[in-house]
Design a protein around this ligand. Structure first.
Ligand SMILES: Nc1ncnc2c1ncn2[C@@H]1O[C@H](COP(=O)(O)OP(=O)(O)OP(=O)(O)O)[C@@H](O)[C@H]1O
Ligand SMILES: [Mg+2]
Length: 478
């Protein structure tokens, strides 16, 4: 048996983890077409798996194995790409610790003395299924842009608008429900702008008591008020040459709105207790989850300030309108947090995806990420199921007609085929079993564009539609 650390050919290689090599087993496996490599410790096994991308492992569980022993093995058995077969002693499967371990981490098990055909069958089966698995997709940049995950049409449109906002200095207002990514968008605009190398200063207007907000924004001189023991530079001044992000602007008190308006009109501020105007060159991006138009209507928000802030306006799509992105985001959250779980998780079950797609997500992306994170910790099987997510039933959701269901299914299918084929119309049409002309017509009818997240794609006539698109979008941006 090869016990050295020279790289191995991973096709039909089985990694045997046991305290001692077993020559008879090696000979038998070689005669059955398997190349066996031995690892005496889990540390060695872990290195070999990572380096050689081994698909199949055979692990010997000693008859007196303890929970410490099993925990040590877990470190090298977590990797989703490797399928494990356990060798156990007769009766050992009755041990709850062992059976739980096999259920959580192993693909199959054989009991000593095993039937040779049974072992070869288990290894072959483990190898075959492991070969079907594709390497996990990296969250970025293939799944979205600007550090955001999302490929649906609404997100593509948002990415294009972020790019446009990046090239101007005009104030941007970002609207959207709670947890939809307003702050991510603000940062993305800053990162795309000529100010990217300078500060991005964020302030949450709802989180600071109204009496302190003005001092926080504008700063103060020493002695300006009781407790002002020294000069303090405000957030607006700190954002000089960079970007100021005014989050939850809808909660800003009236008196503060008046002073902010002066800054937006004149580009100067005055620290509290100070007696001179200071020029500040900060690009302003603001956001709120409240309905700002309604706040203006109700007199809670100054309309002159509203017009100054909303020169450009972006709207974050709510999660329930992002179609297949829910699955992408759930897998992204899983890839971020799967190490938090006590067991090796293989993924999300299809009923979990259905439950997530049907849930209205009041807290949007933040809620979805937290939900998957919680399920990673609480789940008991190898897949996260709908019940692990603990989402309430959505039977009472709004009624939909059959026509609506059909039309949504059609739009989703086209969108997914386009994404899968990098927006190559002929390939997507072939997968859908329709002609390119029909696909083009359906895309038009469903308001789907021909442009991937990363840039332009040729349209049906071989040209690009970016200029037409820019023309179309400009009025809604301003
Ligand atoms: N498209 C996305 N891809 C990946 N993560 C996202 C995406 N959108 C939002 N998130 C994540 O969701 C969380 C909420 O995002 P963010 O704070 O930008 O939302 P928000 O709209 O400002 O929320 P709030 O209304 O609560 O202020 C963050 O952890 C963020 O990283
Ligand atoms: Mg926010």
């Amino acid at each position: 048996m090869n016990t050295t650390c020279t790289p191995v050919d991973t096709e039909r290689t089985v990694l045997y983890v046991s305290s001692l090599p077993d020559q008879d087993l090696t000979r038998f496996l070689a005669a059955s077409g398997w190349h066996a490599v031995h690892a005496r410790s889990t540390a060695v096994a872990e290195r070999m798996i990572e380096r050689d991308n081994i698909k199949v492992g055979l692990v010997e569980l000693p008859s007196d194995c303890t929970s410490q022993h099993l925990s040590a093995l877990v470190s090298c058995m977590r990797r989703v790409e490797t399928n494990w077969v356990a060798q156990i002693a007769p009766g050992q499967s009755e041990n709850e610790l062992v059976s739980r371990f096999i259920l959580d981490y192993c693909f199959d098990f054989v009991t000593r003395p095993w039937l040779n055909e049974r072992l070869v069958f288990a290894l072959g089966h483990a190898h075959g299924l492991s070969s079907l698995r594709h390497p996990p997709a990296a969250p970025e940049p293939s799944l979205g842009r600007h550090g955001m995950v999302g490929q649906c049409e609404a997100m593509q449109q948002l990415y294009r608008r972020i790019d446009k906002c990046g090239v101007t200095d005009a104030p941007v207002f970002v609207a959207g429900e709670s947890g939809t990514g307003k702050e991510l968008t603000a940062r993305a605009i800053h990162d795309r702008s000529s100010r990217a190398g300078r500060a991005f200063v964020a302030i949450n207007c709802a989180a600071i008591p109204p009496s302190l907000l003005q001092a926080e924004l504008f700063g103060h001189e020493r002695g300006a008020f009781t407790g002002a023991l020294q000069r303090k530079i405000g957030r607006i001044e700190s954002a000089n040459e960079g970007t100021l992000f005014l989050d939850e602007i809808g909660d800003m008190p009236h008196e503060c709105q008046a002073v902010l308006l002066r800054f937006l009109q004149e580009g100067t501020i005055e620290r509290l207790g100070g007696n001179g105007q200071i020029n500040v060159d900060a690009r302003v991006i603001s956001a709120t989850h409240v309905d700002l138009d309604k706040a203006v209507e109700d007199g809670r928000f100054r309309s002159d300030l509203y017009h100054r802030l909303c020169v450009l306006r972006l709207v974050e799509p709510p999660l329930r309108e992002r179609g297949g992105d829910i699955k992408l985001l759930a897998n992204y959250a899983l890839s971020m947090y799967k190490q938090d779980g006590a067991r090796k998780l293989r993924g999300l079950s299809s009923d979990a995806i259905v439950a997530m797609s049907n849930y209205p997500w009041p807290g949007n992306v933040r809620e979805l990420i937290n939900c998957v994170r919680r399920a990673v910790v609480m789940s008991e099987g190898r897949f996260i199921t709908a019940s692990d997510l603990g989402l309430p039933e959505t039977e009472n959701g709004p009624a939909v007609t059959l026509a609506e269901i059909r039309s949504k299914a059609e739009k989703d299918a086209i969108e997914h085929a386009l994404q899968r084929h990098g927006y190559k119309l002929s390939e997507a049409a072939a997968e859908l079993g329709i002609s390119r002309a029909t696909l083009y017509r359906l895309m038009h009818a469903n308001r789907l564009h021909q442009e991937p997240a990363g840039g332009r794609a040729p349209n049906a006539n071989g040209g690009t539609d970016a200029d037409e698109e820019a023309e179309r979008q400009a009025p809604s941006l301003v």
